[in-house]
Design a protein around this ligand. Sequence first.
Ligand SMILES: [Zn+2]
Length: 324
Amino acid sequence: MTRRLTATMALVKIYTDLFVNRRAYTLQSMRPHPESGRHYYYRPKERASGSPLLVTEQTIADHLEGKITIGLYAINPQNQRCKWVAIDADYATAMDDLIKLQYQLTQDRVESALEMSRRGGHLWIFLAVPLLARKCRLYIYDLAQKLGVPVKGSGLAEGIEVFPKHDEIQEGAFGNAIRGPLGIHRGAKRRFWFYGADYTLDAQLQFLRRLRKLTEEGLDRFTVGKDLPPSIAKVRSEAEPVSKNAHGGNRRGFCILDYVSETRVVGRNYVARCPSCALAGRDRGRDNLAILVSDPRFYQCWAGCTKEMIRAAVGKPIPFRNTA
Ligand SMILES: [Zn+2]
């Protein structure tokens, strides 16, 4: 079992300053899924009203003390900015690649912290002020390309994943959440620490707090005149909703609302059973899929099904587009 730790208000404040960029969050289920054995994350709701719960000081304290495990979103949709960048790697040579990236970052005088994980690790960079997700991604992808570090999705099954995973997210959308550091991983039933400090909450958070933070001026300098590598730009455009469709060709095309039933409106979204989850016998609560009411071209499954998976699940796979 894990040691019981105490999260003081001072530690909660440091944690919040470092990691919490918006108050929406996800919660890891305490019990494994009966079929997959995995501990999925879901967006917690207030029992009476059904409205989503928001992170409070108590939420962070409970996470640090191991009573709950939360996931944190990278991007705040109000400004498309992040407080941190996390590079997730969990393949055979993951640690080698993270250490290469960490070394390359130090050449730019950017400090980072390496968090252990079940397989591989997460490399975290903290930002002096919230910075544009697009530029953060540009910087990391550029470093990865220079170092020959593989990037997942760019035609490769294995490679690093960068959080934020999007350049921008729509209002009412969430993007991707990552397990909040220093919480208990329910699957592994243990806490994963950062290298570089003693294994106490106090030492770890003081260590993170003292790291040099990447400034806006620094990030601008590292990214000026650069574009995402073509392989990544391609992945990104395929993952994006068809928003900048000048031809209008898809206007009368696919509409997710034609393929889901029992939708209900929660806030800005329709909520429904995710077709891809349903195919796997999941989402019996019928609330994994969020569809933006004002523009149903934007939809997202909290359990992580991609647009491609959802389209395939309803028998309307995304057609291959012949554009670079
Ligand atoms: Zn799904």
